[in-house]
Design a protein around this ligand. Structure first.
Ligand code: NAP
Length: 253
């Protein structure tokens, strides 16, 4: 039956940046669908751990600073040592730095590219090697953005990093589909999290954004639950290299 295809019982999902925001929403959605979770964060994600465990699922907490891309191989080794395997990778951790392109610094370029793009690629590479060794395929879900499709303003490294995420999602899907690995992305629209706090506290900018969203509201972490469970489950086995917008219709305007 088709609803059984969405059941993730017995699966292990590694989710980066799940202490708050969209990562927390996706970890909880995956746990509700039956997954046990390996969370990768800078600090202990106490609230997420408690909420996952309250659903009757297991939670393993790993610490890493994903700006430091050399930490990536150890993260995957530790996840497999703790949970025994990985079935699903959600590359969620990400940052944004806002400054005019004319004065944007190299540090703000490198930090954003390191976490949003370089760690995403090398984490995916490590996990794909594990999927291939395991011989049962796997699911990789990257978090793109409206700025994978549009230019944006005052966020040059973010636009570069998220445009790269959409391209890499296609490349990895092309190379790994033959191993039963699905690589797809979710492009959230304007969501109410720490990432958009600055935008939402600027009255003019906030009204401008809201006025353009057909759904007439900012997105919430819960809006990510259905899409991530779909892309993590066998219901999406023939979906490869696609970036799914979860944007209340923003891109349709
Ligand atoms: P958020 O609340 O700021 O969450 C970002 C997550 O990334 C947090 O868990 C954060 O942990 C983690 N993180 C940041 N720097 C890290 C590092 N160096 N190492 C490890 N983890 C780190 O923002 P969000 O909106 O939920 O963002 C989640 C993803 O969605 C990001 O990739 C973001 O670009 C993307 N996105 C968001 C929106 C939106 O409108 N909110 C739209 C499109 C795409 P700490 O709490 O420790 O910083």
């Amino acid at each position: 039956m088709i609803l059984n295809a969405f059941n993730l019982e017995g699966k292990i999902a590694l989710v980066t940046g799940c202490n708050t925001g969209l990562g927390q929403g996706m970890a909880l959605g995956l746990a509700q669908a039956g997954c046990d979770i390996v969370g990768v964060n800078r600090e202990e994600p106490a609230e997420t751990q408690q909420r996952v465990e309250a659903l009757g699922r297991r939670f393993w907490s790993l610490q890493a600073d994903l700006i430091r891309t050399e930490q990536v191989p150890r993260v995957v080794e530790q996840a497999i040592a703790a949970a025994g395997k990985i079935d699903i990778l959600v590359n969620n951790a990400g940052i944004i730095r806002r400054e005019d392109a004319l004065s944007f610094s190299e540090q703000d370029w490198d930090d954003v590219m390191n976490i949003n793009t370089k760690s995403v690629f090398f984490l995916s590479q490590q996990v794909a090697r594990h999927f291939i060794a395991q011989g049962q395929g796997g699911k990789i879900i990257n978090i793109a953005s409206m700025l994978s499709f549009q230019g944006g303003i005052r966020v040059p490294s973010y636009t570069a990093s998220k445009s790269a995420v959409m391209g890499l999602t296609r490349l990895m899907a092309n190379e790994w589909a033959k191993h039963g690995i699905n690589v797809n992305a979710i492009a959230p629209g304007y969501m109410a999290t720490n990432n958009t706090e600055q935008l939402r506290s600027d009255e003019g900018r906030s009204a401008e954004i809201l006025g353009r969203i057909p759904a007439e509201r900012w997105g919430l972490p819960e809006d990510m639950m259905g899409p991530v469970v779909f892309l993590a489950s066998s219901a999406s086995d023939y979906v490869n290299g696609y970036t799914l917008a979860v944007d209340g219709g923003w891109l349709a305007r």
